[in-house]
Ligand binder design. Structure first.
Ligand code: NAD
Ligand code: UDP
Length: 313
């Protein structure tokens, strides 16, 4: 049994990670400032004797005694990370420095939740970990993209300079229960719009692509990367099945039986045109690949949002 710190533990991915680690018999310290995270996300296991919640901003220094650290603190949806872009950069950079400083001091292994956004609007397809990306350093997504790139640089410098035991994971679009209904990400937007019989907002022509990974697969990959010794990363974790955004909209309409119409709105600045992970490294080093197909994952996510709407959340 290990004692494990999860920053951003009250968020979408963080809460699933905390729950899984508790189920594996570990002690979990969940640290979150509740910006996009919610107490209801951790409610199912809040009373677990091995669970502890600390309300803390990772921009400020902190001390805890743990064996491992998963650093997830950072809003992931463009709407939220662009709400206060300076804060987003500080969260990525100061958060990484504080977590790495702690890891160095207490000798903990530390995993960084990085992102496919480090590839920007990629000119190489699918994206391999060796691809260095095509990021606009002064655009509206830069607070997130460059913040995450700087965090990766810090992880590798702490590794080389101080021997910190790092793991770096590049997460591709992930969806599932506990996403915020209003966080602006495409899967939650389309499902909520369809369930409310409101227009489905496709940005641009809808010919941009994404590859959607169901949350349980993502958590399997995250823990597998943390627990192996073959690589420090970076390793892509995502589902290689690629869909256009229009295909996703049509799928959600068909699966919900909604009468919603599709409307087309302006494409946001610097919106990547295509995104598909090459997951050969994850397969090679720790035998990970996703198991949940889009339809199966969407079914569970639709059921979650249906229950949320019925409960008036
Ligand atoms: P989320 O917004 O649901 O969770 C982020 C959590 O971090 C929230 O609980 C939020 O309150 C907390 N947080 C934000 N700023 C903080 C701060 N300064 N101090 C302490 N806590 C803070 O997002 P998510 O989808 O669960 O993403 C988790 C991590 O995974 C993020 O680092 C994100 O960049 C990364 N990621 C997610 C995806 C995805 O598709 N979900 C894709 C790529 C990368
Ligand atoms: N998108 C859309 N309609 C929405 C929300 C998003 O067409 O209501 C598009 C968005 O422009 C992007 C894709 O869906 O091309 C994925 O957006 P999301 O914000 O989920 O994630 P990211 O762009 O970070 O991959």
């Amino acid at each position: 049994m290990k004692r494990i710190l999860v920053t951003g533990g009250a968020g979408f991915l963080g809460s699933h990670l905390c729950e899984r680690l508790l189920n594996c018999g570990h002690e979990v310290v969940c640290m979150d400032n509740l910006f996009t995270g919610r107490k209801v996300n951790i409610l199912p296991f809040a009373e677990h004797p091995a669970f502890e919640f600390i309300r803390q901003d990772v921009i400020d220094p902190f001390k805890v005694e743990v064996d491992e650290i998963y650093n997830l603190a950072c809003p992931a949806s463009p709407v939220h990370y662009q709400h206060n872009p300076i804060k987003t950069i500080k969260t990525n950079v100061m958060g990484a420095i504080h977590c790495l400083g702690l890891a160095k001091r207490i000798g903990a292994r530390i995993l960084q939740a990085s992102t496919s956004e480090v590839y920007g609007d990629p000119t190489v397809h699918p994206q391999l970990e060796t691809y260095r990306g095509n990021v606009n350093p002064i655009g509206i997504r830069a607070c997130y993209d460059e913040g995450k790139r700087c965090a990766e640089a810090l992880f590798f410098d702490y590794h080389r300079q101080n021997g910190v035991d790092i793991r770096v994971m590049r997460i591709f679009n992930t969806y599932g229960p506990r996403m915020l209904a209003n966080d602006g990400r495409v899967v939650s937007n389309f499902i909520v719009q369809a369930l409310k019989e409101k227009p489905i907002t496709v940005y641009g022509k809808g010919d941009q692509t994404r590859s959607f990974c169901y949350v349980s697969d993502l958590i399997d990959g995250m823990i597998a990367l943390m627990d192996q010794d073959a690589t420090v990363g970076p390793v892509n974790i995502g589902n290689p099945d690629e869909f256009t955004i229009l295909e996703l909209a049509e799928k959600v309409i068909a699966m919900t039986g909604s009468r919603s119409e599709i409307i087309f709105e302006d494409l946001p600045q610097d919106d990547p045109m295509q995104r598909q992970p090459d997951i050969a490294l994850a397969k090679k080093y720790f035998g990970w690949e996703p198991k949940v197909a889009l339809e199966e994952g969407l079914k569970k996510t639709i059921a979650y949002f249906q229950a949320e709407l019925e409960a008036g959340h």
